[in-house]
Ligand binder design. Structure first.
Ligand code: 6PG
Length: 243
């Protein structure tokens, strides 16, 4: 397991560094396999990263893109993580539609989670007892230290066998579909992108408080994932110690 922290001056620089690392990891994966599998998060932070990524040389025909999570809305909805990715990346790069594995939230959260889990199983065809293994998983961090759609108090934070699930987020009054921790932890590389002053406090708790993933869900992944690169900026890293 390795854990690297990269602190840039501001959000654009951090996003650009995260995009460059993404390309580096895609190209590394493609030296030894036909395709690379990437799972991206949503929210707002990834927009800058996608904007940087689309300017870099990538063999998109050999990249399969999935989502870490999705809101229970239809594609095209401003809340949709797919829409964010489509606007900033998919509509601007030459990725074949067959390589885009959208979470079909319009089916309803439970059905979408079942369909997405089946698609993961079909695409990765993991060995018996193993989980789908992404080459790269991008994660964001919420102000409450959630990641993916694993929010504080969510019992599925302890799950290590499931692939994807529908979760009801009480504070948002919203259903979501999310990858589960076992799949997130199985990834070869985890890239966290967290910038801005509002991420300083959750980062402090995730990095410096005792291990309490039900309270700080991102700890479940960042403390145990195989190979973690955190892309921060001076504002989000303001409360972290050196090193
Ligand atoms: C989502 C994301 C979520 C996100 C954090 C940070 O669906 O919202 O997957 O986990 O990464 O909420 O969101 P911001 O980038 O908007 O701060």
């Amino acid at each position: 397991m390795s854990f690297q922290r990269h602190v840039a001056a501001g959000p654009w620089e951090a996003a650009a560094a995260c995009a460059a690392q993404t390309v580096e990891l895609i190209n590394r994966a493609l030296t030894g396999q036909a395709t690379a599998a990437l799972a991206v998060s949503g929210g707002t932070t990834p927009a800058l990263m996608f904007d940087a990524l689309v300017t870099l040389p990538v063999e998109w025909g050999r990249v399969h893109i999935f989502w870490v999570d999705e809101r229970n809305v239809s594609p095209g909805d401003p809340q949709s993580n797919y829409t964010l990715t489509d606007q900033h990346l998919l509509s601007r790069c030459r990725i074949p539609r067959a390589n885009v594995h959208r979470i079909q939230a319009e089916l309803g959260a439970q059905a979408a989670a079942r369909k997405y889990a089946a698609e993961l199983q079909e695409f990765f065809r993991p060995a018996p007892g193993a989980l789908p293994q992404f080459d790269i998983v991008h994660l964001g961090l919420g102000p409450d230290a959630h990641t993916a759609s694993l929010f504080p108090g969510e019992a599925l934070i302890e799950d290590r066998s499931g692939l994807a699930a529908a979760v009801y987020v009480e504070k948002l009054q919203q259903w979501r579909i999310t990858l589960l921790p076992g799949v997130l932890l199985a990834a070869r590389h985890t890239l966290l992108l967290a910038t801005g002053a509002e991420k300083a406090e959750p980062l402090y708790h995730v990095m410096h408080d005792g291990y309490d993933p039900l309270r700080y869900p991102a700890q479940a992944i960042l403390h145990h994932a195989r190979d973690v690169d955190c892309f921060l900026d001076t504002a989000s890293s303001a409360r972290l110690g050196g090193g």
